[in-house]
Design a protein around this ligand. Structure first.
Ligand code: DMJ
Length: 573
């Protein structure tokens, strides 16, 4: 009704209904106005003319500025020079202000990401809930569940649920945390005839359950973690006690990956059980867990290490090294991380862990760390005495690890190690910056005329891995250099632009392509690690302080075990 009433009123005011004399007067007023505007330009001072040049492109101003020969023009030039100087000054001031804003930016970024993290985690989690609830992972393009056989096809899956528990809690998404808890109570069952990867189940499931217990105090997580830990114990039934890589949870029969050198177990797998198993002993009162991992140390201590390095392959029957392939990336990485963290998590009482870590780091520095001709520090791989000048995305976690250990470094090496950590962070940032999508390749090389660039097609993919952001998070905590938050923000933008699809976040097949080709997998570690480290990068330092919490290799926080600590989570700071 209101519309009908209004419309006729508008119509009656329309200019088409003016009489001829009124039209004529209007025309006169309008042309007088236009004449005044143009006239004003001629009478305006020079400074305004210069400005008007912006709109009208005054060629007169340009000519005078360039020649400045006759006296009249000299006056104009003098005036214009003043104006130009002022403009230059204003410009400089603006630049300084812009720089200031850049300094301030991390705070603004912090706000952005505090908003964004909710959006990112909520979107990743909601998509999983909607399309893949109960499956291991989500296929965000085809919008369905994905059963990665890393966890065993029949193990009641839900890897994303268990991996994301602590992130939900830390980000205060409590309704979702409760929903995930209920799923664990009702569905997470280990009495299944399934062959699983001991390493993956330990870092994602045992680690995820332990963290959820320590954060929330809910008994179900403690019970399930111990139950699962007990299921893994048969993996250690080998002549040396070095565990099998794969284990059938029902029969307790283990074996190694068929592709591993001469039936070997893998350094990064058997060497990444220590933190979780120490906590399992603490929580269960059963010393067996701690004994198993301490025995691994004993076996390693007896062996000769080529140039002080640890080969990736070790035969669990003979106790001898397999192929002499050394890597701080895939197959080796988290073994080194767990030596350092074993010491830190023991309230710095595990002196052996400390010694082994710093010795290993020294050997890595001597034999694997190199600087490219363009000045980028990288960690190469070692194959039978020959260096392969390649660094994996996985290896980028080492920046954070070296920074974390720098404080306790022997022989005044703290500064040196911090420098090394920041150089590695820079190199890994470069590996992102030198791509089209601004996301890092799986591996990048420093040979054949390239630096920090993937040259092989099968090394150009990005699967939402966390290691580079993990290093930014540690570097930020130890230096508060704003560039780490800037770099983290760049990663957020790239993830949003290229990995976000309708049904969640997806990896991409080629980071150098002009547009993303999605791999259709939202990895569970994206929620466990990538989004958590991003969140912590923009949180205050007292949010999960590093003096009290040690992150397992899947970013599940475990408390430092104080000598006087009981197993009650309420006693944690
Ligand atoms: C994670 O499962 C862990 O960080 C592991 O140590 C290595 N790689 C993935 C993520 O890239």
């Amino acid at each position: 009704l209101r519309i009908r009433k209004t419309r006729p009123q508008l119509k009656s005011a329309s200019p088409t209904s003016f009489r001829l004399t009124e039209k004529f007067i209007l025309l006169l007023v309008f042309s007088a106005f236009i004449t005044l505007c143009f006239g004003a330009i001629f009478f305006l001072p020079d400074s305004s003319k210069l400005l008007s040049g912006v709109f009208f492109h005054s060629s007169a101003v340009e000519t005078n500025t360039r020649t400045g020969t006759d006296s009249d023009s000299n006056v104009a030039v003098g005036t214009e020079e003043k104006i130009l100087t002022k403009i230059r000054k204003d410009h400089e001031k603006a630049l300084v202000e812009a720089k200031d804003t850049l300094q301030k930016r991390p705070d603004e970024i912090k706000q952005d990401i505090q908003d964004e993290k909710d959006k990112m985690m909520t979107f990743a989690w909601d998509s999983y809930k909607r399309y893949a609830w109960g499956s291991n992972e989500l296929r965000p393009v085809s919008k369905q569940g994905h059963s990665s056989n890393l966890f065993g096809e029949y193990l009641s899956p839900g890897a994303t649920i268990v991996d994301a528990l602590d992130t939900l809690y830390i980000m205060e998404m409590f309704e979702d945390f409760d929903m995930a808890t209920e799923w664990v109570e009702k569905n997470l069952d280990f009495n299944v005839n399934a062959e699983v990867s001991v390493f993956e189940v330990n870092i994602r499931f045992v680690g995820g359950l332990l963290s959820a217990y320590y954060l929330s105090g809910k008994e179900v997580f403690r019970r399930k973690a111990i139950e699962l830990g007990e299921k893994l114990l048969p993996a250690f039934k080998t002549p040396t006690g070095i565990p099998w890589a794969l284990l059938n949870l029902k029969s307790g029969i283990g074996r190694n990956w068929p592709w591993a050198s001469g039936g070997s177990s893998i350094l990064a797998e058997y060497g990444t059980l220590h933190l979780e198993f120490m906590h399992l002993s603490k929580l269960s009162g059963n010393p067996a867990f701690a004994e198993k991992v301490m025995n691994i140390r004993k076996v390693l201590n007896r062996l000769d290490k080529p140039q002080g390095l640890y080969p990736n392959y070790l035969n669990p029957n003979s106790g001898q090294w397999g192929q002499h392939h050394v890597s701080v990336g895939g197959l080796g990485d988290s073994f080194y991380e767990y030596l350092l963290k074993a010491w830190l998590m023991s309230d710095k009482t595990d002196e052996e862990g400390k010694k082994l870590y710093y010795e290993a780091l020294q050997a890595i520095e001597t034999s694997l760390i190199r600087k490219s001709s363009g000045g980028l520090t990288y960690i190469a791989e070692w194959k039978g005495g020959l260096l392969e000048h390649k660094m994996g995305h996985l290896t980028c976690f080492a920046g954070g690890m070296i920074a974390l250990g720098a404080d306790g470094a022997p022989e005044d090496k703290t500064g040196h190690q911090m420098e090394q950590a920041s150089e590695i962070a820079r190199t890994c940032h470069e590996s992102y910056a030198r791509t089209t999508l601004k996301l890092g390749p799986e591996a990048f090389r420093f040979d054949g005329g390239v630096e920090a660039i993937a040259t092989r097609q099968n090394e150009k993919y990005f699967i939402l891995r966390p290691e580079v952001i993990e290093t930014y998070m540690y570097m930020w905590r130890f230096t508060h250099d704003p560039k780490y938050r800037e770099w983290g923000w760049e990663a957020v933008q790239a993830l949003e632009k290229h990995c976000r699809v309708e049904g969640g976040y997806s990896g991409v097949r080629d980071v150098y392509a002009s547009s993303p080709n999605h791999d259709d997998v939202q990895q569970s570690f994206y929620l466990a690690e990538t989004l958590k480290y991003l969140y912590l990068l923009f949180s205050d330092d007292d949010h999960l302080p590093l003096e009290h919490w040690v992150f397992n290799t899947e970013a599940h926080p475990l408390p430092v075990i104080r000598k006087e600590m009981t197993d009650k989570p309420s006693q944690l700071e």
